[in-house]
Design a binder for this molecule. Sequence first.
Ligand code: SPV
Ligand code: MG
Length: 670
Amino acid sequence: MKALILNSGLGRRMGVLTSEHPKCMTEISSVETIVSRQLRLLADFGIREVVMTTGSFHQVLEEYCSGLSLPLQITYVHNPRFAETNYIYSIFCARELLRGEELVLLHGDLVFESRVLEQLLGCPESCMAVSSAVPLPEKDFKAVIADGRIQAVDIHRFDSALAAQPLYHLYPEQTDLWLESIERYVARGETSCYAENALNDITDRCRILPADVGSLLCAEIDNPEDLARVTEALRQVENRRVYMCFSTDMVHAGHIAIIRRARRLGKLMIGVLSDEAVASYRRFPLLCFEDRKAMFESLAGVEQVVEQKTLSYRENLEKYRPDFVVHGDDWRTGFQQPVREEVQRLLAQWGGQLVEYPYTEDSRFQALERRARSELSLPDLRRGRLRKLLEMKHFVTALEAHSGITGLIVEKTQVYQDGKTRQFDAMWISSLCDSTAKGKPDIELVDMTSRFRTVDDILEVTTKPIIFDGDTGGLTEHFVYTVRSLERMGVSMIIIEDKTGLKKNSLFGTQVPQTQDTVAHFCEKIRAGKAAQKSRDFMICARIESLILEAGMEDALLRARAYVAAGADAIMIHSRRKEPDEILAFLKAFRETDAATPVVLVPSSYSSVTEETLRDAGANIVIYANQLTRTGFPAMQRAARSILEHHRAQECDAECMSIQEIITLIPEDL
Ligand code: SPV
Ligand code: MG
């Protein structure tokens, strides 16, 4: 595609402003002239060849344009009869460079915002810029429109007309038809009329559509008053603020394309999602916030990069009140839909606008994204992530998983609430649920090989960090092997409880005989485990059963401090009370002397307490230890009973997950 810029006019009405150079070299901002802005925009839209007709001061103009160092090849066509002819003759002079070309044709005194050009270039048929938002001009061009196409471009006709600007996008067929008509005019010696006179003769054959640019800036500068008005309008256009948000740690061609489009709308500010927000809605970021911020700061045309702390744009939009928010159209459906709706509501408060561009699926990026995700599941990367999450968020949640499918539920379940996407950070491989799924009691009967099989099933299809319920850890001599095996598999943490002998589930409390280990012996086990692990990442958490076994708060605190001193990376305090009072009391007392060691809680019996309360009290990990098992199996029992009772399956259809849901829950590749 070529651009044809008509710069042969004298610009007499500009007075002294055109005494030393052509009108198109008039300054319209502190950094740009009409022509430099036109050329910059054309180059920005990928146009590489420009034909420019010239008249007076043609050498001044040529020198000026070549000094602009734009990636454009400009061919100058001088109209030697510029003083006595109109631009119909300039086009005639340039005709051999134009024949058969797709063209952007524009007058050299036209100032327009980039969206005008974007709209015209996006038109699949030949078109001319018109505006239904501005009053019909007395003296300038109007486009007479009938049957959805332009019938005539004229300064005298007002009926069925819209204000028109000399900016066209012409496909080769219309270019050639118009050129032939111009040649006929010139052959007849008609060289001082408008080129549009030649166009009007052929509009029955030369189909040109009106491209309504509404109130977007698109105006000619004919006199100093126009200049003042357009300069001010342009200043406002250029000062518009544009906001985009990114969570990506890889910038691909699609991102660059959308950033380029966004920055044409005004000054571009990019919100980079915080690590915590990325991890909570997508996946663990490969690059930390600072690196991602630096990456966007280095992109041309990005004025400012700020942190966006949540998936919701609210905080930043209210602070910066941008004129535009730009996004791909992919968020119209799916979990980002409420985020989008909130953005629209907020923008409406100050007349801002949401601009959406078609989302481009980039297959190479998707392959990289898949690779990043699968790398996140590699043992070395996965293992350390619990520690990193703790450092980053200070508070994480885990849900029980006992199979590949329950692992996927923990991996994929998300809700959007209060501007945030919530999902579980980690998974808990509960001894109770693992045993239950195998139809066995929770008494360390399921051996480690079998427990590892469950872990492996989950590891295979998920990426989130895993916390393994190691029961008592068994004999110290066995425990060290367990540590190494789990570490090798990519598990992040093992929790062992300070009980000895036949282990029973803690929720039995003192109803069954259970023996607490001695402090010294359990510390020995912790020390041996820590010495056995190979990496820094793996965590051993010591679980204190003093409250379960009614040994008292002092005992719990004493053990907690002793286990930390023995090298435990975290402690877990358990309770079977209905209320969280003893847990809160423990946290208060423990935090008085230890602010750093992560504390793990399992609020199964005291389930009414919220995460926020526990976090504020000093907890770092909350494990929902058995809820998938306890909800899943009753549903299965109901289905089994229903089929038996009704002698058919239909009655339980309503409770069944659709095949579609099953298919989407289980990805084809991970
Ligand atoms: C488990 O989930 O197996 C636990 C927690 O160890 S509890 O059942 O509460 O003891
Ligand atoms: Mg257990």
